[in-house]
Design a protein around this ligand. Structure first.
Ligand code: NAD
Length: 336
């Protein structure tokens, strides 16, 4: 498509906005995706490219400025004290190199330390602990407010109802991912097939669909799990360790599940070798991931870099090629 046909491009832009809105509603609200992620990602990229060429077309309600989907009205709404954002994505090494350059330039440093971890393909959740007790759990929703799924979250055995240890802050919002182990997913789908019930398309949709049940007795029967990887509200703020990696180590002491596949990385070369190493292990992992995530390790440096509208500037998701994408070989569609 050429920018010498502005009317057509404007039409295409309007089409992408409405088409992506339709796909997002099916994915985030109904837990029932209409197309593979790679197809959604391709259309989303096209939208971003058009906006890059025509920034004057961007409005506050463009999908590029928003996070996720709306909350289901059936659940009570929870306003996030700290918004739950998305992540900027990189598909090419060059985008990762540009991310490192922006971080170094923004911080006036020759070298930035990153925390590398897995990008779990599940559903983001915020767990609010007050004086060590789990009092509320909320989905990301549109980032500003989500769904109150406390009763359902309490059925997940991996999530402690009480934190352990001596140094527990008055308020701690633990952010992380609810997901399903592949083995559990396969068993659950086999049982559903036997009972003549609907099977889930993949573990991500199974996790999201199971958590967003109105009857927590149904959620209790679903094999959900959880990894912690982030932080929301905190009181007192003086409790905060200096780095992301140190925070995750404290989480382990508090009794929270944290994935052990993580590493502190000091250079672009180290980042790329982490990406390649995890990529080669991906098939053998017991859960689905769709990439790795790099976060500037120091919280002071994270605060200096700040946020753009829907994502932090201090973090990047480096995606793996889609497993579900359809590739045409000799005119035949094959799953890769
Ligand atoms: P995202 O999934 O690309 O990134 C943000 C999310 O990553 C967070 O909300 C969190 O849930 C998750 N995450 C996993 N591991 C993490 C970690 N270690 N640290 C921090 N966050 C971590 O962003 P998004 O805005 O939720 O959605 C985009 C994704 O959803 C794309 O992959 C897209 O393909 C898919 N999607 C697909 C469809 C479809 O129709 N198939 C529609 C909408 C979105």
């Amino acid at each position: 498509m050429s920018s010498s046909h502005p009317t057509n491009l404007a039409d295409r832009y309007a089409f992408l906005q409405s088409e992506l809105a339709r796909l997002e509603h099916a994915y985030y609200v109904l837990d029932n995706p209409l197309v593979p992620d790679s197809e959604y990602d391709r259309l989303y990229r096209e939208l971003l490219d058009i906006e890059l060429a025509h920034p004057q077309w961007i409005t506050a309600d463009s999908l590029s400025q928003r996070v996720g989907g709306a909350a289901l009205k059936a659940f009570d709404s929870v306003t996030h004290v700290m918004p739950m954002l998305s992540l900027n994505n990189a598909f090419e090494d060059a985008e990762l190199i540009a991310f490192d350059r922006r971080c170094r330039e923004g911080l006036h440093l020759n070298q930035v330390e990153y925390a590398g971890e897995l990008k779990f393909d599940g559903l983001a959740i915020s767990l609010r602990y007050e004086h060590g007790s789990l009092v509320r759990a909320a989905t990301r929703g549109d980032g500003a407010s989500g769904e109150d799924v406390t009763a359902n979250i309490k059925t997940i055995r991996a999530i402690p109802l009480k934190l352990t240890g001596a140094n527990i802050p008055a308020v701690l919002e633990v952010r992380g991912e609810v997901f399903m182990y592949l083995e559990d997913f396969q068993k659950m789908n086999a049982l559903a097939a036997q009972a003549g019930e609907k099977e889930f398309a993949n573990p991500r949709n199974a996790a999201a669909g199971s958590l967003r049940q109105l009857d927590s007795k149904i959620t209790a029967k679903r094999p959900l799990s959880f990894f912690a990887y982030g932080l929301g509200a905190l009181e007192p703020t003086s409790w905060l360790p200096t780095t992301h990696e140190a925070l995750l180590n404290v989480y382990v002491q508090l009794g929270l599940p944290v994935c052990s596949e993580r590493r502190v990385l000091h250079s672009v070369e180290a980042i790329l070798s982490f990406y390649n190493e995890i990529g080669s292990k991906r098939e053998a992992l017991p859960y689905d991931i769709d990439g790795v995530v790099y976060k500037v390790n120091s919280f002071t440096e994270q605060a200096k870099l700040g946020f753009v509208s829907r994502a932090p500037r201090f973090a990047l998701a480096h995606k793996f090629p889609a497993q579900e994408a359809l590739t045409t070989v000799l005119g035949i569609d094959v799953q890769v």
